[in-house]
Design a protein around this ligand. Structure first.
Ligand SMILES: [Zn+2]
Length: 289
């Protein structure tokens, strides 16, 4: 059997090997950095604009957050994932306890706020990895950290857990699995448009956004019998999306014509004696959903 790369070596491979400029990494993460040149030094001062270059997190509404994390604080968990566990709010409180106007406290507070914004607005999470001399949080006399190496992790991250009451977080390297999935999530490439052969032999392209919206509307329960979908190994809840008026009969690929069903009800809708009656029921259900 070929040797699988372990997460430990993956973690090692993630250690930054060069020092990129923060502005370049934030731009590479897809954020708008045009305001960085908005100082008396203009474009020439963009990379060293003090309003931005010392920050630990960058947030762009409707887009993404970019967090600065110390590579040395990453860990491999029991499931082989690369994770960052911590509590930015607690970090901030330790700093605030040492006096007002502490820039480290403010920066840590902004990290905590960014996690909340990412959760609330479903923002992408990107990570800049830092290596160097890390300031000891618990030593009040420690000198400022010195970042010696810094790169952007090409992989997106996700927030695995966040305790709103305490600020404790678990960040996981890799995109979050979709909370709800259907039969096309399994058959198609992740993220790609789903194409699948119907019984008629015709091929219809389904809008993944429509399926996603219907699965979200279902809250993980069959919209006909109200039974919860089963849980897949990755934690996602499985239901099947069904076009009430089939695409080959000219039914539209819109949320008003799609219902999330448990596999049993879905088969019955296609093959059951009650198929025609079910269609009418589904139309009524979706009309009030
Ligand atoms: Zn059902």
């Amino acid at each position: 059997m070929p040797e699988q790369p372990s997460a430990t070596s993956e973690l090692e491979a993630l250690r930054p090997a060069r020092k990129d400029r923060v502005i370049d990494l934030v731009r590479a993460a897809g954020l708008d950095v045009s305001d960085w040149s908005n100082s008396s030094r203009g474009e020439a001062g963009a990379a060293t604009n003090p309003k931005y270059c010392y920050e630990w997190v960058f947030v762009e509404a409707g887009n993404a957050i970019v967090l600065n994390l110390w590579h040395v604080l990453l860990a491999e968990d029991a499931e082989g994932r690369i994770v960052h566990r911590g509590n930015f709010r607690e970090d901030a409180e330790i700093q605030y306890a040492r006096g007002r106007g502490n820039p480290w406290g403010l920066r840590a507070t902004r990290l905590d706020a960014a996690l909340q914004a990412a959760l609330r607005d479903d923002l992408a999470v990107r990570v800049i990895l830092n290596a160097g001399v890390r300031r000891d949080r618990d030593d009040p006399d420690a000198e400022a950290s010195k970042v010696e190496l810094r790169t952007l992790d090409p992989e997106p991250w996700s927030i695995g857990a966040y305790d709103a009451a305490t600020g404790k977080h678990l960040l996981i390297r890799g995109a979050a699995p979709p909370a709800f999935v259907d039969q096309f999530s399994i058959d198609s490439d992740p993220g790609g448009a789903s194409v699948r052969s119907e019984q008629t032999g015709s091929v219809f392209v389904r809008n993944p956004k429509v399926r996603e919206a219907v699965l979200k509307r279902s809250c993980g329960r069959c919209e006909h019998c109200d039974e919860p979908g089963f849980r897949r190994a990755d934690g996602a809840i499985y239901l099947e999306t069904h076009h009430i008026v089939p695409l080959h009969e000219g039914g539209p690929d819109l949320i008003g014509n799609v219902i999330a069903l448990c596999p049993n009800d879905h088969r019955e809708a296609h093959y059951g004696e009650a198929a025609a009656a079910l269609r009418l029921r589904f139309i009524a259900i979706v009309a009030v959903a």
